[in-house]
Design a protein around this ligand. Structure first.
Ligand code: DX5
Ligand code: ZN
Length: 220
């Protein structure tokens, strides 16, 4: 069965705590916290203070997705939120020695360390870093906003990554983010995903308990 990580997007920050309280009633496995800095991506959302408030009010494990240009400078600030998963973007760090350093640093805090890649980044590019990560977050839309359509070629990327993980016996989860709903979740799951992010699909569902149960039932 797939694990579901409903996103803090597109809920407005002022309603976020209420939204989290609703999600707590569901069988959601994580709360996907989309942090955007207005530099790495155009939009800016989830201020550090709001995320801290969420962390103080959420019983759901936090899955923090840092869409920021300078993860090395800011990641430590998020430790106080006690994330279960902390994911940074491969494309944000040009110096690969720095990338290795950061992945090791996050791991040393006993947090699941995630490495995310944009739709245009080849899986082969991150192959050498796989021994250092617990999770790969495959973006199935261009990062920056919720409500976009799932890019179909992501299925091949998930399958290819899954194959590498199995061949090397890595203990790595595959999370997929962007445009996932009841119509494509089965394909994403069958391709090898362990966790799916759901922004607008959960947000727009009338009954979030039923909707998340339905998604899980589809991937049994
Ligand atoms: C996109 C974010 C996603 C997004 C998901 O940049 O990383 O987590 O909020 O929203 P949907 O599911 O609507 O694509
Ligand atoms: Zn995200």
């Amino acid at each position: 069965m797939i694990k579901i990580s409903p996103s803090t997007n597109p809920e407005k920050e002022e309603n976020l705590i209420n939204y989290v309280k609703i999600l707590e009633q569901t069988s959601a496995d994580y709360l996907h916290c989309d942090v955007m800095d207005g530099v790495f991506v155009e939009n800016k959302c989830l201020s550090y203070n709001k995320l801290y408030e969420v962390s103080q009010n959420s019983t759901i494990a936090l899955d923090v997705h840092l869409m920021v240009a300078n993860p090395i400078q800011v990641w430590k600030k998020f430790l106080i939120c006690k994330p279960t998963i902390l994911t940074i973007h491969y494309e944000a760090i040009k110096n690969k020695a720095h990338l290795i350093y950061l992945l090791r640093e996050i791991k040393s805090k006993h947090i699941m360390v995630g490495l995310s890649i944009k739709p245009s980044t080849e899986i082969n590019e991150i192959k050498q870093y796989l021994p250092l990560v617990d999770l790969v977050l495959i973006m199935s839309v261009e990062p920056g906003k919720s409500g976009q359509s799932f890019i179909k070629s992501s299925i091949n990327r998930i399958e290819y990554l899954k194959q590498i993980i199995l061949e090397n016996n890595y203990n790595i989860k595959i999370e997929v983010d962007g445009g996932i709903n009841e119509n494509n979740v089965k394909d994403v799951y069958n391709a090898g995903a362990n966790i799916v992010v759901m922004g607008s699909a959960v947000y727009n569902s009338a009954n979030k308990i039923d909707y998340i149960n339905k998604i899980k039932a589809l991937t049994k």
